[in-house]
Write a protein that binds this ligand. Structure first.
Ligand SMILES: [Zn+2]
Length: 188
C-alpha cells in the first residue's frame, strides 16, 4: 500500500482525527491517532500488519510482545502473520511486567510492537521486561512513528509502517484555543 492509501484508510476509519485535542502530556494538538478505531476492524488491522510483517520477519522473531492495551491486538495479529507466539506486558506500578503465565526463554527472539510511538516511554518499560528475562530483544515495531525517525531502542532495529507528524502546542500558545475551537479529550 502507498502512504496516501494508508492515510485515506486511517481517515475513513476515524483513526486519524482532525480537531482540537488535549493530549495526556497537557499539550494541545490539531490531529490525534485513535488506534482502537483501527483494531475495531480486524480486516483493516490485518491489512496494515501484512504491510509490516515482511520487514519484521527478517528479524526471525519467536515472540511478538505488546504493551497493554494498545499492543495486545497488534502483537496477536503480527504473531499470526509470522507464525510465532504473542504475549503482552501490563502495568505493574510504575513499571511493566509480564503476568498471566507468559515466560520468555533463552531461545526466544523478541520483537516488541506498539500502535504509535511518540516518546517511546512505554516501549522502554517493555524493553526492561525483556532484558530482565533470558531472551534476546531483536527489534521494535510500531504502526505509526510520531518521532520523525528520531527514536532508538537499545541498538535494535526500529520498524514502523509510516511516520505521522502531529504538531502539539503549549495551551497558552495554541492557535486553536485562540480561535475558540472546542477542546476534546480524545480517549474519554
Ligand atoms: Zn488549544
Amino acid at each position: 500500500m502507498k502512504k496516501a492509501e494508508i492515510l485515506t484508510l486511517l481517515t475513513n476509519l476515524h483513526v486519524l482525527r482532525e480537531g482540537h485535542f488535549l493530549l495526556t502530556s497537557g499539550r494541545h494538538s490539531d490531529r490525534f491517532l485513535l488506534c482502537s478505531q483501527l483494531t475495531m476492524h480486524p480486516d483493516s488491522t490485518e491489512l496494515l500488519i501484512q504491510e509490516l510483517a515482511p520487514r519484521v520477519a527478517a528479524l526471525k522473531p519467536t515472540v511478538i510482545l505488546g504493551p497493554a492495551m494498545g499492543g495486545v491486538i497488534l502483537a496477536y495479529e503480527l504473531a499470526r502473520a509470522l507464525g510465532c507466539r504473542a504475549m503482552f506486558a501490563e502495568k505493574d506500578g510504575e513499571k511493566m511486567a509480564m503476568k498471566r503465565g507468559f515466560v520468555l526463554t533463552e531461545e526466544d527472539r523478541v520483537v516488541i510492537i506498539e500502535d504509535a510511538v511518540s516518546t517511546g516511554g512505554s516501549i522502554r518499560k517493555v524493553v526492561d521486561v525483556v532484558q530482565q528475562s533470558p531472551s534476546t530483544l531483536v527489534g521494535v515495531a510500531a504502526l505509526f512513528d510520531r518521532t520523525a525517525g528520531q527514536v532508538q531502542f537499545e541498538g535494535v532495529p526500529f520498524i514502523s509502517l509510516m511516520e505521522i507528524e502531529i504538531t502539539s502546542y503549549e495551551p497558552d500558545q495554541c492557535p486553536l484555543c485562540q480561535a475558540n475551537h472546542p477542546l476534546v479529550k480524545p480517549k474519554s
